[in-house]
Design a protein around this ligand. Structure first.
Ligand code: DLL
Length: 433
């Protein structure tokens, strides 16, 4: 059942018809139930009846991450709260997280998205799928989990962290597939190699995503873990992992177009660009009930591949995202906005200035995360005790906000280089394109 052949190989003309019907349905119900959407439609002088097919998509207003902040936590949901059976959350640009919600049908649709991919890459009832994405508010763990149970595999919900335990579980429980971030997969691969345990692995496939990774990384992971490494893309706002997935061809990720309409737009003007051109990826959810979004600006820079895939699936493919049109960083799989750091520094205030620089690198397949913060004029670098206390305090607050550790270094006032008076906030030395 999970090879949803009729849908996955539907002729494009039929797919377009289906999308149009669903778009019309979605626009109508959102106009009735989501205040912000109604307001934006009214501002444009648009009525739901003006939207008759996917050809009218570009008339519709965009939606933005900022909207989720403004209507935090549940203000954009399109059903009464008693129909929402699960919420997840992800980083917002400042202190507050963004919150998303799912109805029972939404969870079923999500499970299907991931299950379609698992089926495509040959996973099923006889497999043991180890889920090493984090469980909790992050969508990775429970998203992969739902797909694994749906294909009937034996699901091993390890969650993230504790490498020793990961490896032991993988070997003892006979995992045949692994789901985690690509950087963690590489890290596990090295650790397994070092421990001389590679022979004990039974892995055949890996489902890796949540952060950018390169073809070189794919080769390295495949060599170390003796498996085939597949890419999976998604974002909490649209659903979670599984919005787009690679098939057996490993040649771009199929966007499940019966549920999501992708567009590429010029990040500056918002103008729709033809398939094949690079720009910002935008999604419209046409089946989501709980938290639907119309023309959501992902900020992921990407290209859609309109040519048919050898696998026979007709759903369009996307290339690996190759950057962001905003300043979001993904460090150890966690989304980080520089503004979150600035907010922490501003709150601490005394002894420091909000002049900071984030330096990210990748050493031994793990992201390093350093933050230099200029101390204020009144503080002296030789007052080691005060400096150390402040550094500890900032580190703790950053961990509280982001959920990951950073190395904080207080540096002399005005020592962070400015160009045209502006400090460069982020130096990312990882080569992920
Ligand atoms: O990262 C969902 C996910 C979990 C996807 C597990 C795949 C596997 P967020 O935390 O909301 O959701 O982060 C979404 O992560 O806009 C991209 O910038 C980035 N991203 C996700 N998958 C990929 C990928 C999850 N395969 C943001 N390649 C997105 C590159 C990715 N970037």
């Amino acid at each position: 059942m999970m090879w949803q052949k009729e849908i996955e190989t539907m002729p494009r003309s039929e797919l377009k018809k289906l999308q149009s019907e669903r778009l019309v349905w979605q626009v109508k119900r959102m106009y009735e139930n989501v205040e912000l959407f109604r307001k934006r439609m009214d501002e444009k002088g648009l009525k739901p009846s003006d939207i008759k097919s996917v050809d009218d998509l570009s008339k519709l207003p965009f939606s933005y991450k900022q909207d989720l902040r403004d209507y935090y936590p549940y203000g954009l949901f399109a059903v009464p709260m008693n129909e929402i059976v699960r919420v997840h959350a992800s980083s917002g640009t400042t202190g507050k997280k963004i919150v998303v919600g799912y109805t029972k049908n939404d969870l079923e649709a999500w499970n299907n998205c991931v299950a379609r991919m698992m089926t495509a890459i040959g996973l099923g009832k006889d497999d043991f799928i180890q889920v090493s994405y984090g469980y909790g508010l992050f969508t990775g763990g429970l998203g992969a989990h739902g797909g694994a149970e749906t294909v009937g595999a034996t699901t091993i919900p390890v969650s993230s962290g504790n490498t020793h335990n990961q490896i032991q579980t993988m070997i003892d429980f006979g995992a045949t597939a692994l789901c985690c971030t690509p950087s963690y997969a590489l890290y596990l691969g090295e650790a397994i190699e070092e421990a001389g345990l590679t022979d004990k692995l039974r892995l055949k496939a890996g489902i890796f995503g949540a952060e950018p990774w390169t073809e070189d990384m794919r080769v390295a992971i495949e060599q170390k873990l003796h498996l085939k490494a597949y890419d999976i893309y998604g974002l909490s706002e649209i659903m979670g992992p599984g919005v787009a997935c690679e098939c057996e061809e490993q040649a771009g990720m199929h966007v499940w177009e019966d549920m999501f309409i992708p567009e590429i737009v010029d990040p500056d003007t918002g103008e729709q660009l033809p398939y094949g051109e690079q720009g910002e990826l935008v999604f419209t959810t046409i089946t989501k009930e709980g938290f639907p979004l119309i023309r959501y600006r992902t900020h992921d820079i990407c290209t859609l591949i309109p040519e048919p895939c050898k696998c026979g699936r007709t759903h369009i493919r996307m290339k690996k995202p190759c950057g962001r049109s905003d300043d979001m960083l993904i460090i150890r799989g966690v989304n980080v906005f520089p503004s979150q750091i600035e907010e922490v520094l501003l709150k601490i205030g005394e002894g420091i200035t909000p002049n900071y620089q984030i330096i990210v690198d990748r050493v031994n397949n793990t992201d390093t995360f350093d933050i230099n913060v200029e101390m204020s004029e009144g503080l002296f670098a030789d007052d080691i005790r005060t400096v150390e206390t402040l550094e500890k305090n900032i580190t703790a607050k950053i961990r509280e906000v982001l959920g990951i550790g950073a190395k904080v270094h207080l540096v002399n006032p005005k020592s962070i280089t400015r160009s045209e008076g502006k400090a460069k906030r982020v130096i990312d030395n990882r080569n992920l394109k």
